[in-house]
Ligand binder design. Sequence first.
Ligand code: URP
Ligand code: ZN
Ligand code: ZN
Length: 471
Amino acid sequence: MGTLISGGSVVNADGSRVADVLIEGEKIVQVKDKIPAGQHTVIDASDLLVMPGGIDVHTHLDMPFGGTVSADDYTTGTQAAAVGGTTTLIDFALQTQGRTLREALQTWKKKSDGKACIDFSLHMAVTDLGPGDGSHGLREMEEMVAEGITSFKLFMAYPGVLMIDDALMFRVMQKASELNALCCIHAENGSAIDIVVAQMIAEGKTAPHYHASSRSPKAEAEATHRAIALADMAGAAVYIVHLSNAYALDDLKHMQKRGARALAETCIQYLVLSIEDQMPGKSWDEAKYVFTPPLRERWHQEPLWQALADGSLSVVSTDHCPFRFADQKALGRDNFTKIPNGGPGVENRMQIMWHFGVNSGRLTKERFVELCCTAPARIFGMEKTKGSIKEGLDADILLWDPKVKYTISAATQRMATDYSMFEGWTVEGNAAKVLSRGELVVDNVAQPGQFLGTTGRGRFVRREANAGGLA
Ligand code: URP
Ligand code: ZN
Ligand code: ZN
């Protein structure tokens, strides 16, 4: 006896059709025009879209950063994701300089053990290969890949904390190439930005919006080009995270045309928020939008949308890195450099992409699935278990109501912040029900905003090394 999702319109990245979906245990076992109800538990999906659960490949849960720790832990963060229709996350384990990758992995396993409520995986941020020729760190990279951590994060920003130099980056890229692993890059020229930041502070420019002016689109474009060029020299596949502006996009496209194995994501905030609308430089409230890269001028949004439609950008993530406004963002009340960088979004990604992408006609519903579910699974080596409604895959299923109206608010969200970046926005389209490996974990119709599964049920996903699907 299984669960039968009956009469819905099944949307995959490669096409849509009305079909029934049969789940047995944790897996999808049949997708067919008509499946008899028999003894199965039936979920009527006749007015709903049946899509793969969302995959958000860029989150920071329970992460020490900016003098504090991100507000969502693995329980609240994964529950918020599920409520918004996302069934898998890839979070970041951060190596502390002077410590090993193994220690970073142990630290993040402790954070997630018994707490994750949906499936998750980890990228490993490399900040140090150890003494001498780095052979210890390079060996650890091999171990990580053998254990299913097949993407490495490299920071070109945050000097003194996470930033690495070109030599270390190149060495890691060479090793990643050998291992078929993917290099994920935070691309901003951290050294140049630090000079501008110091000059601004010296001039008394301490308000939140100076965070945005101190990190120019050109600093991101320069690093984007350099990262891809170095990866190309090293023979590695590269994935630029949180690409935020049209100049960086131009560099990405240029290098793609030259044949570099380069992919990139953007995040919901860069598609719908802007300096003009959220950070005009008038109030402390703008600290809510201090994240990195910062918000850009509004004109950058349309080229990003076009790139999502034409395939130059492959994925939309959130860079969910939540901090409470009242006591965490407040650390930078007198100095924007002390405002913890990051914003909450994991719960809203599918809503924002549907409303502003599909409803506006910028994306088809199939492209929405590609960007939010299927490409993340393929690029990050999970396509054999996640990212599509296909026989044999995990029954991570999102029943989507394209017509329901939902007003986003901190008062009703599951994320642990005291504000929303999209406060009061009404979107059309929201998750009705969410299944994770066959289990109904969210029913936003019967119990809106509640997570129905047990805490700790989420599993670590071991991923394949496939060079971002570009091998
Ligand atoms: O502001 C951000 N994005 N915080 C998280 C760290 C990062 O750079 O992704
Ligand atoms: Zn980053
Ligand atoms: Zn991030």
